[in-house]
Design a binder for this molecule. Structure first.
Ligand code: SDX
Length: 434
């Protein structure tokens, strides 16, 4: 309990009300208003949750002003260089970096869950070949609850752990299957002698007709994309997963809800939208047309936004964008694409936006999505699959946040209230009188 408090006074004469002020280990204090309605008959009002802490969490910390991102206390800059994605998965799920033995065991269990039930191929066949990969993934992840009914009890810690391993292991397989289905190529089964990310690259780009050699620099770049996107505090899709799981539904269904939310262009769909934006500018005339495009992005009536710019929390530089930008240069150099016109266009757009007062005054800097799309394009991943790649990476964050919530004995089903602005009570007139 705390003796630090916040007191609310009302101009309508009702007495002041005092609430505890809670302090985290780092970050803003919170006013504990859980008794507000019972004490005052009033709600708070915060659509978009600009000033609302929906939960307490020990997983990921973001400081938007400092441009800081910590997973379980470790800076993203160190994790991206010193760890691989499965080590980061272990850290997010269990709170500590794995020892060599723990890592070996974790990699082994994930590796041996990468295949999906053979029947899922027939579920996939129900989709049109040109279905968007996120439509397929939303359906396939939800369907996992039907294929793996022995690990759907969200209140059983052992079943939560098994479903976590299954989800982390099978997401790459499902995404690669969605890609192969869209291009009419046979599925490639996972291989247990490859790394997590190397396995994914092979399932995506190999064919049964010849051996496929994974390129280490590309595997490393994609592994870094996975690390940078693994978790991000209470973003829209994570909040969706928490709210969905709070009803007691199974982990597969809750993660499918997260996939659906991530699809949106204001969220995980921004990397696909950013690349399509660059293609549009290129079609219109390239660098010479950037000014026209930026003018549209500044015009409220245009409904055009600079995709890959801005962030609800980062009002400085997105630390992931900095790392992604470095990876961009590494991959394009390695592939001899340094003069890639799209990358040059992206750099020109970034430079102009960073000098334009509209963006500077609103603290709209490039976010991780601005660069991750260019790297994925260089790796050979189709634009329509970018958000599905984001979903592969974010699955571990969603699961860690879900587990943290359901492991809290005090957690309740999420049920927000509202400010009602509709019709007050009225009677139904007979049809002839309407
Ligand atoms: C992700 O939450 C997370 O952590 C998300 C994420 C994660 O890892 O989970 O980091 C991943 O989703 C990154 C964000 C990807 N989205 C985009 O790149 C889409 C483009 N960006 C935006 O739509 C926007 O910046 C948001 C949605 C990211 C943030 O929006 P906010 O915080 O609600 O800000 P806002 O929409 O209220 O905008 C503030 C002002 C407005 O202008 P004014 O009304 O003040 O005059 O900035 C303008 C906006 O019009 N603005 C933009 C802009 N983003 C904001 N104008 C042009 N281009 C943009 N990109």
């Amino acid at each position: 309990m705390t003796d630090r408090t916040a007191t609310l006074t009302f101009s309508d004469g009702t007495g002041p009300v005092t609430f505890p002020l809670l302090t985290g280990n780092i970050g803003p204090d919170v006013i504990d208003i859980r008794t507000l309605y019972t004490k005052t008959g009033k709600f708070t009002y915060d659509p978009g949750f600009l000033s609302t802490a929906a939960c307490s969490s020990a997983i990921t910390y973001i400081d938007g002003d400092k441009g800081e991102l910590l997973y379980r206390g470790y800076p993203i800059e160190e994790l991206a260089v010193k760890c691989d994605y499965l080590e980061v998965c272990y850290l997010l799920l269990y709170g500590e970096l794995p020892t060599a033995k723990q890592k070996e065991d974790f990699v082994d269990v994930v590796t041996h869950h990468t295949m999906v039930n053979e029947q899922m191929q027939f579920f996939m066949r129900g989709f049109r070949r040109d279905a968007h990969p996120m439509a397929v993934l939303t359906g396939m992840v939800g369907a996992l609850s039907a294929f793996y009914p022995d690990s759907i009890n969200v209140h059983d810690a052992r079943q939560r752990d098994i479903s976590a391993h299954r989800l982390i292991a099978k997401m790459p397989t499902l995404v690669a299957m969605a890609y192969k289905y869209s291009v009419g190529q046979p599925y490639m089964y996972p291989r247990n002698d490859l790394s997590y990310t190397g396995n994914f690259m092979r399932m995506m780009f190999a064919t049964p007709c010849e051996d496929y050699k994974v390129k280490d620099v590309l595997v490393r770049a994609l592994d870094r994309i996975f690390i940078l996107h693994a978790d991000h505090e209470q973003n829209a899709s994570t909040s969706t997963v928490r709210l969905c799981a709070s009803s007691g539904t199974n982990p597969f269904a809750a993660i499918a809800a997260g996939v659906a939310c991530l699809w949106g262009p204001a969220h995980g769909g921004a990397n696909e939208a950013a690349l399509n934006m660059l293609y549009d500018i290129q079609k219109e005339g390239g660098v010479a047309k950037i000014g026209d495009f930026i003018a549209k992005a500044k015009d409220k009536n245009s409904n055009v936004r600079l995709m890959g710019f801005g962030h609800r929390v980062y009002k400085n530089y997105d630390p992931r964008a900095k790392l992604m930008r470095e990876t961009c240069y590494e991959v394009l150099d390695e592939l001899g694409l340094g003069d890639d016109p799209l990358f040059k266009l992206a750099m020109a757009l970034e430079k102009i936006a960073l000098e334009d007062d509209y963006f500077v005054s609103r603290k709209l800097y490039p976010n991780v999505d601005f660069y991750s799309g260019i790297v994925q394009k260089a790796i050979g991943i189709p634009v329509s699959l970018f958000t599905a790649i984001f979903a592969v990476a974010r699955t571990v964050g969603w699961i860690a946040q879900l587990n943290e919530m359901v492991s809290d004995p005090e957690y309740k089903i999420g049920r927000p209230r509202q400010l009602f602005t509709g019709s007050t009570r009225r009677s139904v007139p007979p049809l002839e009188k309407r």
